[in-house]
Design a binder for this molecule. Structure first.
Ligand code: ADP
Length: 356
């Protein structure tokens, strides 16, 4: 006969099981079901069938089980022990049908999105290749027309030709960016060739390469570089990054403005800053503009041409060097891009990476 104490403990056990959010049952050391809550009884319809519960489980076990009615339950068996003695087990069941359905839907959406991204990449690569050939021909014919052996051009004709050439050059840069983006997104990734880079020489070259463009745009460029150690990096790709930042600085800064490039070694890093006195990047876009095809509203509505690809490419290149690139506000409201590159290069020089 059960004692009064036993009854009290039994009532407490029932109350504890009832308070659990999951469907739960307690099995004794002899594998018989001692108690189960209402959720458990509801889940299995006719109640607890002890025989269906397999023999003693001393270890914690989790499993997802399909029920005959199509639902899926997650079962957790928690062994109950006291001072090393096995007292039985707590079985909990949770209906995870809805969660599983959402997981399956998400998986399906992911597969569809991956396929869409692959198609977009393939289309961009094909379209860029197709555009490259006729554009090369446009540029070659522009050059031929400037040859005096084909006749002299009037000043007006020469200026029209110059406009065609400048725009064709811009299109060529856009196509190069698109091709680079698709290459970075493809699994083959972007390969870097690491070597020792003289930072001051690299910056001088980058600034001089763009001097005529910046002067034409009515901008003043200042370069200040403290001497420091050789940087382990891919000079050609780092030049791409600097070219992009300088082109942007020139594009987004009205005539009369200033572009300052400053660089110095700091601890284990080289820090390079490209700042301008232009339109600046609104605070809420200072992270997003590093994603492909993203342009801040002040750039879009200001009539500045662009694709939103350059910074995404730049960030990928900088990250492959183990560095970071961020943007803040220059003292006079313009944009200030800061690149931090580890002097010794990345810990483990990555040969390739699929861009996000
Ligand atoms: P693009 O200039 O072709 O649009 P980028 O990827 O180089 O593409 O730049 C992304 C966006 O970042 C630009 O559209 C612009 O909104 C912002 N941005 C980049 N550089 C500057 C800058 N120097 N001043 C102001 N905004 C900038």
């Amino acid at each position: 006969m059960a004692s009064e104490d036993d009854d009290r403990w039994r009532t407490l056990l029932d109350a504890v099981l009832e308070a659990l959010p999951a469907c739960a049952a307690v099995q004794g050391p002899d594998d018989r079901v001692l108690a189960a809550n209402r959720g458990f009884t509801r889940l299995f319809g006719t109640g607890v069938r002890a025989g269906e519960i397999p023999a003693r489980h001393h270890v914690h076990r989790t499993a997802e089980l399909p029920l005959p009615d199509g639902r899926t339950v997650r079962r957790v068996i928690e062994p109950l022990r006291h001072e090393g003695a096995y007292l039985g087990a707590l079985w909990t069941y949770e209906d995870v049908t809805e969660r599983k359905r959402r997981e399956r839907d998400l998986e399906r959406d992911n597969v569809a999105l991956t396929e869409l991204a692959r198609q977009r990449n393939a289309f961009t690569a094909a379209a860029s290749h197709e555009l490259r050939t006729p554009l090369t021909s446009v540029i070659s014919f522009c050059e031929l027309l400037t040859d005096p052996s084909f006749g002299t051009l009037t000043d007006e004709q020469a200026s029209f030709l110059d406009a065609i050439r400048r725009n064709a050059d811009r299109m060529q840069r856009v196509i190069a960016d698109l091709l680079l983006t698709t290459r970075m997104r493809a699994t083959a990734g972007l390969e870097l060739e690491f070597g020792d880079v003289e930072v001051d020489r690299m910056l001088q070259d980058a600034v001089l390469d763009r001097m005529s463009t910046t002067q034409e745009a009515g901008l003043f460029t200042v370069l200040e570089c403290t001497s420091g150690p050789l940087l382990r990096g891919d000079r050609h790709r780092l030049q791409n990054v600097l070219a992009n930042l300088l082109e942007n600085a020139a594009k987004y800064t009205p005539a009369g403005g200033r572009i300052s490039v400053t660089a110095a070694p700091r601890g284990e890093f080289w820090e390079i800053e490209v700042a301008d006195t232009g339109i600046g990047v609104p605070e809420e876009f200072r992270e997003e503009i590093f994603n492909g095809f993203v342009r801040a509203p002040n750039a879009r509505t200001g009539g500045y041409p662009g694709t939103g690809l350059g910074l995404a490419i730049s960030r990928t290149i900088v990250r492959l060097h183990g560095g970071t690139i961020t943007v803040g506000e220059a003292p006079d409201g313009g944009a200030a891009f800061l690149i931090r590159l580890p002097v010794a290069g990345p810990d483990d020089p990555p040969r390739e990476e699929a861009a996000a």
